[in-house]
Write a protein that binds this ligand. Structure first.
Ligand code: COA
Length: 339
């Protein structure tokens, strides 16, 4: 029997891509500059190295590489893309870098804009893009998560500079019939009342323009973080939101193929695995090589696991992002891959 046509479509996750800077900075190298060492960083965070955008690269160039990679895997023509969402807190252009990426990719029919939600940005963008697809407005979307936090850490502050790195990842989505549904449920949360434990704030700097009239001078303070508060937030809220998501979608954690969490600290990943009584090996991690790349971590990890064959078509994945805002969210997704 023919399926009843519906204006509401399913969404399939069809392609992934990623790009990381060529410059790598190891814990030992960092230890020669700030008062830290490999043992401390490795045991407290799981991080061994991070990548930093060098003189011959930009965040936009990484986004284009990651995006082109995902488009190629999908077998799409760039002109067939309707929407490009760039999740970032560190665009090369404060007015938004997505339009430049749209032009460079040749996606001339796509509307392109940036979305900022710090380390939750990719997850929030994925869900946002899916809404345009599900309501029938668009058919194909490219979601990119990318950040260059190396520009905004204080490289003399050992409490923060050891944690972050730069990178970009991308995912393509398209409408499909509901039997191939790729976004099975989601939960998104914000609590601005707790936002002061992780900030990248504008500098308080005013200049006088005329008598009685002054203006703010652009520029930002380096990242400020209360690590212990953020840690407590993550180990409390990530399992809680995943639990709600799994309950609402009637999913037994044992039926998950993978958990794909924001890559901030290996201890957070392990704590979430323990909470659900699943082996640590089921929680994907590439934190050791890249550190926390903010909005890039989820698609960067996804692409690595798709390319090395760990994530296979049909796999069920619980994903969760969390970070500044404070913001956090989770989605239950099924990877389809290209036809
Ligand atoms: N190298 C060596 N020593 C360091 C250090 C470093 N890079 N950073 C901090 N220390 C020291 C501190 O000064 C402190 O010394 P003291 O006891 O003499 O004062 C000691 O190590 C313990 O510091 P503390 O802050 O309690 O460490 P921690 O176990 O909480 O680990 C973080 C710190 C940042 C790794 C941890 O809190 C964390 O991962 N928080 C979450 C961060 C996060 O995920 N942020 C991004 C969210 S998107």
């Amino acid at each position: 029997m023919a399926e009843t046509p519906s204006i509401f479509s399913g969404v399939a996750l069809v392609g992934s891509g990623s790009a990381t800077p060529t410059q790598s900075l190891s814990n030992d190298q960092l230890g020669s500059r700030v008062d830290t060492n490999d043992t401390w960083i490795r045991t407290r965070t799981g991080i061994e190295a991070r990548r930093l955008i060098g003189a011959d690269e930009t965040l936009t160039s990484l986004c284009c590489k990651a995006g082109a990679n995902a488009i190629a895997m999908s077998g799409w023509e760039p002109e067939s893309i309707d929407l490009i969402l760039l999740a970032t807190s560190t665009p090369d252009d404060l007015f938004g870098s997505a339009p430049e990426i749209q032009a460079k990719l040749g996606a001339k029919n796509a509307v392109a804009f940036d979305l900022t939600a710090a380390c939750s940005g990719f997850l929030f963008s994925l869900v946002t893009a899916a809404q345009f697809l599900k309501n029938g407005s668009f058919k194909r979307a490219l979601v990119i998560g990318a950040d260059q936090l190396s520009s905004w850490v204080d490289w003399s502050d050992r409490r923060t500079c050891v944690l972050f790195g730069d990178g970009a990842g991308a995912l393509t989505l398209e409408t499909t019939n509901t039997s191939k549904e790729g976004i099975l449920g989601f939960q998104l949360k914000t609590d601005g009342s707790r936002g002061n434990c992780l900030n990248l704030k504008q500098k308080e700097r005013r200049e006088s323009l005329l008598d009685g009239i002054s203006h703010q001078v652009g520029g930002y303070e380096p990242i400020q973080m209360n690590g212990q508060e953020v840690y407590k937030f993550a180990v409390r809220e990530v399992p809680a939101i995943l639990e709600t998501l799994l309950k609402r979608t009637n999913t037994d954690p044992k039926h998950l193929d993978w958990m794909l969490l924001h890559q901030a600290n290996q201890r957070i990943l392990d704590a979430v695995a323990d909470r659900f009584d699943i082996p640590h090996s089921k929680v994907l991690s590439n934190l050791a090589n890249y550190g926390n790349t903010s909005a890039a971590t989820i698609p960067l990890m996804l692409d690595e696991a798709v390319k090395d064959g760990r994530i296979k078509p049909g796999h069920l994945i619980a994903t969760s992002g969390f970070g500044a805002g404070l913001s956090w969210g989770a989605a239950l997704v099924r990877w389809q891959g290209p036809d």
